[in-house]
Ligand binder design. Structure first.
Ligand code: PMP
Length: 405
């Protein structure tokens, strides 16, 4: 049974104050808070195990390797992936998406088309634009509809067999919180023989994602949005693709044999993990997933959906507030503007009252451009937030609205 109060007790930071007020943390889409179990796992690694992985004959190196590879297996298990070769540990979703774009460059030629969702985070736009500059590929947007969902109908009209080579989509948009029709977009990609690339950074914290069941060729995730540490994430890729694609960065660990007469590469997944990996944070990521399992993740998500619905309802009841989008499948986020007020002023005043929200373009400038906005205020919830916090937030927002009137 999910119990929000005992869950909150596991997150030391939730007990702190900001400007003399109890902290209400509603900036979870930017990064989530970390439970003690994750902090302990990282401290334990550095206190008891720390050594470099894969190369050592000594005990600590063996233990570090076991812990790191064990973390890989745990991370894969959460997402339904059993082949360690398909689980590439990286710095985060940004690095995963850059890796995909750069290695897929070998498969693309000038004039090939990459379809990218209009509501993508910049991490799923800019790497493709860089390919446009270096390879001459054409980047075309899949438009967002009035509700904030990417339009599958429009994508079907845009694809060109033999020309559209990649469809790159965010599972959940970070500026709106819309859950896009991933099975539909992935099917479309497969129907026309294009690669499907999914940015799962905002989906993984809120949905049970089974990567093989979704069937995407590539799926990128960040640990720090799901109670894990910063600087670690995972890129899932299908083995048969990863086997044929060239390696990305060069260096230690990714090689088999190096000689000035020629170099051969390591097997998966290490072929894509050059250099000393982020061992401690991979272990922290696995601890975060153990934690999420231990609290009844499905119950936690039910609670989160309830407080999100309560927040949206309360926001909609206020004529001074305009909410960005109203998708049919919506998680965590409420992006909004107070009519006549700048989002930065709203965020700054809320901070004075102890409420942490985000303001600005949310690394999704094309989304803002589409809706004719320079930015929004964004409250984004996690399962450790409460109904009481939502009520106090609305009281604080009413005060802010009066102050800015
Ligand atoms: N994609 C989306 C949808 C995001 O929300 C974010 C983080 N704001 C990223 C990618 C980038 O993730 P990271 O900063 O962990 O690389």
């Amino acid at each position: 049974m999910f119990d929000v109060q005992s869950v909150r007790a596991a997150f030391p930071i939730l007990a702190r104050e900001v400007h003399g007020q109890p902290l209400v943390y509603f900036d979870n889409a930017a990064t989530s808070q970390k439970p003690q179990r994750v902090l302990d796992a990282i401290a334990h690694y550095y206190t008891e195990i720390n050594a470099n992985v894969h190369r050592g004959v000594h005990t600590l190196s063996g233990e570090a390797t076991d812990a790191y590879e064990g973390a890989r297996a745990r991370i894969g298990q959460w997402f339904g992936v059993t082949d360690p070769g398909e689980i590439i540990l990286l710095r985060g979703a940004t690095e995963g998406l850059n890796l995909v774009a750069q290695v897929l460059a070998s498969q693309l030629t000038a004039g090939d088309e990459v379809l990218v969702g209009e509501t993508e985070h910049h991490a799923n736009i800019v790497p493709w634009q860089q390919l446009a500059a270096t390879k001459g590929v054409i980047v075309t947007k899949i438009p967002v509809d009035a509700d904030g969902m990417l339009s599958l109908t429009a994508a079907k009209a845009l694809v060109r067999q033999g020309k559209t080579k990649v469809i790159a989509i965010g599972h959940v948009s970070n500026a709106i919180g819309a859950v896009n029709d991933m099975p539909g977009f992935i099917q479309l990609a497969h129907d026309i023989g294009a690669y499907s690339v999914v940015d799962g950074a905002q989906a993984a914290p809120h949905l049970r994602v089974n990567v093989p069941a979704l069937g995407a060729d590539f799926y990128a995730v960040s640990a720090h949005k799901m109670c894990g540490p910063t600087g670690i994430g995972v890129l899932f890729g299908r083995r048969e693709l990863l086997e044929t694609l060239p390696p990305w960065q060069g260096g230690g660990d990714m090689i088999d044999r190096v000689s000035f007469s020629g170099t051969t590469y390591n097997v998966l997944p290490w072929k894509f993990e050059a250099g000393t990996p982020n061992i401690a944070d991979a272990i922290g990521f696995a601890a975060a997933l153990d934690y999420l399992e231990s609290i009844d993740f499905d119950g936690a998500m039910e609670h989160e959906a309830q407080i999100h619905a309560a927040l949206i309802e309360a926001m909609r009841a206020r004529p001074q507030i305009q909410i960005l989008g109203h998708p049919s499948h919506w998680v965590s986020v409420c992006s909004f503007n107070v009519v006549g007020a700048h989002p930065t002023d709203v965020g700054t005043l809320l901070d004075q009252l102890g409420f942490a929200i985000r303001t600005g373009h949310h690394c999704a400038m094309p989304t803002m451009e589409h809706f004719g906005l320079s930015g929004t205020a964004r409250a984004s919830l996690a399962f450790y937030n409460t109904h009481d916090e939502v009520d106090r937030f609305m009281d604080a927002l009413d005060r802010v609205i009066r102050m800015l009137a």
